[in-house]
Design a protein around this ligand. Structure first.
Ligand code: PMV
Length: 313
């Protein structure tokens, strides 16, 4: 049997995180700069994983991998492959816990590699269903936006339980992403917003609706090449996310520096309370300058990328 390979890129949420869990729309972007490769080989014995995090049989994997191992078992069952004689090597360049969808990327790459090993084609729905098994372990009640964006090549408009939609940005949008260095815990952050919603339903509901409204306006801005409007929407969304308690000092500092250095807008991206910020630069040259500045002021890693007629640089 041949070696089989599956790959997956990562994702970023442009706007709408947290609100999306409660029925509002969100816009997310495929992020090709970091990703996961999964390589499957025939190796006699049990099914084993080889990753930086764990090396050994899936039966004795640590609890943190329960989602992934459940997903592997379900995928093998679906493919009608016996759960034995496989080594799954996972190589990831996605920093975990930074809102870049590392858990969903790992699941999607592993599922794709198992389908390739079985020499079976797949429908998008297969991948989404199987990856959801692992996401539920990782995030409790995931909205599904991570997996969907990881399987997409275009920006995604996502609303829970609605058919998803792709967005075609007009003009060029140059973004930077900066890692605050602190790991976030999406499950905890999602729970904290849900608890806030229970304790002050009307006030928090208004904030979530406001995030939904900003997301609608951000879509229009993307589709009409309105950079300044999009920047404002990102800044406004950050105010709401701060009020929901999911931003922290490290994120706020990077956001402040990005705006001081002329970013048209900046906000946290993903679960928050750690993780990364996303900022909209004026143009390509400015995005490189912003990267330099944020690196100088302590960002652990920075990336620049673009959307629109001129794709990722
Ligand atoms: O996986 P993260 O940290 O990018 O967060 C996902 C976005 C949330 O809206 C916070 C959660 C979800 O499931 O949509």
């Amino acid at each position: 049997v041949q070696t089989a390979i599956g790959v997956a890129h990562s994702k970023l949420i442009l706007i709408g995180e947290h609100a999306v869990v409660h029925g509002q729309p969100a816009i997310s972007l495929p992020f090709p700069h970091v990703g996961v490769e999964s390589i499957v080989d025939y190796v006699p014995g049990s099914v084993k994983i080889d990753s930086t995090f764990y090396h050994g049989p899936i039966d004795s994997a640590p609890d943190a991998l329960n989602g992934l191992t459940a997903c592997i078992r379900e995928t093998l069952d679906y493919l009608e492959i016996p759960c034995e004689n496989l080594l799954i090597r996972i190589k990831s360049s996605i920093p975990p816990g930074k809102g870049l969808g590392s858990s969903a990327s790992v699941s999607v790459a592993v599922i794709r590699s198992l389908f390739a090993y079985a020499e079976q084609g797949y429908e998008m729905a297969d991948i989404l269903r199987l990856a959801d098994i692992s996401e539920r372990h990782a995030h409790g009640e995931p909205s599904g936006i991570d997996t969907l964006t990881i399987t997409s090549e275009m920006p995604v408009w996502y609303e829970k339980d609605e058919p998803f939609d792709m967005i075609e940005p007009q003009g060029d949008f140059h973004f930077i992403v900066a890692d605050s260095g602190r790991m976030g815990d999406t499950r905890l952050a999602v729970e904290s917003v849900t608890n806030l919603l229970k304790s002050a339903p009307r006030r928090i509901h208004r904030k979530l609706e406001r995030l939904g409204e900003l997301t609608h306006r951000a879509r229009t801005a993307l589709e009409t090449a309105s950079k300044h409007v999009l920047g404002n929407m990102l800044n406004e969304a950050q105010k709401e996310l701060e009020a929901l308690g999911v931003s922290d000092a490290g994120l706020n500092r990077l956001i402040y520096i990005a705006r001081q250095e002329g970013a048209l807008g900046a906000k946290l991206t993903g679960g928050g309370n750690g993780g990364c910020v996303i900022a909209l630069a004026k143009n390509e040259v400015h995005s490189k300058q912003l990267c330099e500045k944020l690196k100088k002021f302590g960002a652990h890693a920075v990336w620049s990328f673009s959307l629109g007629s001129k794709q990722a640089d």
